[in-house]
Write a protein that binds this ligand. Structure first.
Ligand SMILES: [Zn+2]
Length: 494
């Protein structure tokens, strides 16, 4: 099923607020302003925090590939009760805790080799602008003060609920609404909360206090990107109340619409449970990177559609390793084949080249349909399978080199947008071997010894012994290959 677009810049993107896929048209092309809610920094982050980072990294590259100039801001929430509690526990200032975990986030982010954001604002750098925004909301009768606190008045913003599609009545009975009898309406939320003098806080016209979480993002967007932006991203768990409240603040203060496209990635689940830190069901990114690596994580994220729940399990990770192994084995073969043989450019009429070209079209179409990365990967695997079939049965090495070059160019082109498949194939396959050995409690030295013993037996024409050792290695999941240049081994990952 082929969809026709008016321009090759066009693609479909699902918009949470209209609940449908829309052809993406930015407010002021070629500019695209994009903001994504980053983490609250009080601990090492769990892998769920990075699903958005990986997906929105791809969306950013995709927009640039489509010819747009993207400005992307990703924030840190560095003022929050969770940070404060940790600071109290460790007898430190809130800033020390926040700075420490921002630095830890950056280590994980770098290990993932994602593109740097244009802005990484921290909430505490925008306190004055937050106070000004609260002031505007008070003047617009969208907020009211109670003692030294300021609340947003949901009843005074008739559009409240338009993003999450919740009615104010439902909100009132909702369990996640904070209970405070001083509020005019239970759904009202804090813009400014007073705090004691000995706690981290800032002076304001209402007294010493701290800003509400929702206020931070609206303020940073206004300050860095403007009153109206193209894309606001985040996890689907932020739609309500966080993004609903951001919208109410923004459009309660300035001319809307605040955001043209609301884009939300879905959650990871573990054994069917939603990934949430409060359940204690935690998988820390640092541990994932130690146990596996960033490439495996990025593949794990993008092998599911961003709007699907993704079950994370050992088995799922193993499937990702196998998939990456197939792709990198192909890339390694392609590299060797094209180095050894001349790639012919006169071969473009062959049937398989035509199929490769139409496969590239398919990838483009799948990605243009709301960034369907798993469907794009399926096209790539199909190409690799066809390549292996054709080049096993037919031995025209020049033609194989041409095919290999075409396919690897496609993998590298789209992989680059996803920050995937850019590793050296040899080194990456070695890393996968290492993971396999570690998981199976095997040591490299032991395998090398067995391989040498087999080579020795072959030299001595003791083929029975050589075969026995080959079988012993196979039982361990290790395959040996003999070639004129010597014997090599690799883990059987598939
Ligand atoms: Zn936010």
């Amino acid at each position: 099923m082929k969809r026709q677009y008016k321009s090759n810049k066009d693609f479909l993107l699902y918009n949470t607020i209209t609940k449908q896929k829309e052809i993406f048209k930015p407010l002021h092309p070629p500019q695209v302003k994009m903001y994504c809610c980053g983490p609250t920094v009080y601990d090492l982050l769990h892998i769920g925090n990075f699903r958005g980072a990986v997906f929105f990294n791809f969306l950013r590259h995709w927009l640039e590939y489509k010819g747009y100039k993207v400005t992307y801001a990703y924030n840190f929430t560095d003022v929050d009760d969770k940070i404060l509690n940790r600071a109290k526990k460790e007898n430190k200032q809130m800033k020390e805790i926040a700075d420490k975990y921002i630095a830890e986030f950056k280590k994980d982010f770098q290990a993932l080799k994602l593109k740097e954001h244009d802005h990484n604002p921290q909430a505490t750098q925008f306190i004055q602008q937050m106070i000004e925004l609260i002031d505007t909301l008070l003047q617009n009768k969208k907020a009211y003060t109670v003692d030294k606190d300021v609340y947003y008045s949901v009843k005074n913003f008739p559009n409240y609920g338009k993003l999450s599609k919740r009615k104010t009545d439902e909100l009132i009975s909702g369990a996640r609404v904070e209970v405070d009898e001083r509020k005019k309406n239970p759904a009202d939320f804090a813009l400014w909360k007073s705090c004691p003098d000995d706690e981290s806080g800032w002076d304001s016209p209402w007294g010493r206090g701290r800003p509400g979480w929702h206020l931070e993002c609206t303020t940073m967007i206004f300050s860095l990107l403007g009153n109206n932006i193209d894309i606001h991203g985040g996890g689907s768990d932020l739609i309500f109340p966080h993004h609903e409240n951001e919208l109410a603040q923004a459009e309660g203060a300035k001319e809307g619409p605040f955001v043209k496209y609301w884009v939300h990635n879905n959650m990871f689940t573990f054994g069917g449970e939603k990934m949430a830190k409060s359940t204690g069901n935690v998988n820390i990114m640092r541990d994932f990177l130690t146990e596996y690596n960033g490439e495996i994580f990025k593949y794990l994220v993008l092998s599911s559609h961003y709007r699907s729940m993704t079950e994370v399990s050992e088995n799922k990770i193993l499937q990702c390793i196998q998939a990456l192994s197939r792709i990198y084995t192909f890339l390694k073969t392609a590299k060797e084949t094209t180095i050894q043989n001349k790639v012919s450019n006169n071969d473009q009429s062959s049937t398989f080249i035509k199929e490769i070209q139409s496969a590239e079209q398919n990838i483009e179409e799948e990605l243009s349909d709301d960034l369907n990365t798993p469907a794009a990967f399926a096209v790539i695997f199909n190409l690799i399978r066809q390549f292996n079939e054709i080049n096993q049965s037919k031995r025209d090495i020049g033609e194989a080199a041409t095919h290999a070059k075409w396919i690897s160019d496609i993998i590298m082109k789209y992989g680059k947008l996803m920050s995937l498949f850019q590793e050296s194939p040899e080194e990456f396959l070695n890393k996968l071997d290492d993971i396999f050995l570690k998981k199976n409690n095997l040591k490299k030295e032991d395998i090398s010894q067995l391989v040498s013993a087999r080579t020795e037996a072959r030299k001595n024409k003791d083929f029975k012994k050589a075969d026995e050792i080959r079988q012993q290695l196979l039982d361990m999941g290790i395959e040996v290959k003999d070639s004129p240049s010597g014997t090599t081994w690799s883990a059987l990952r598939q």
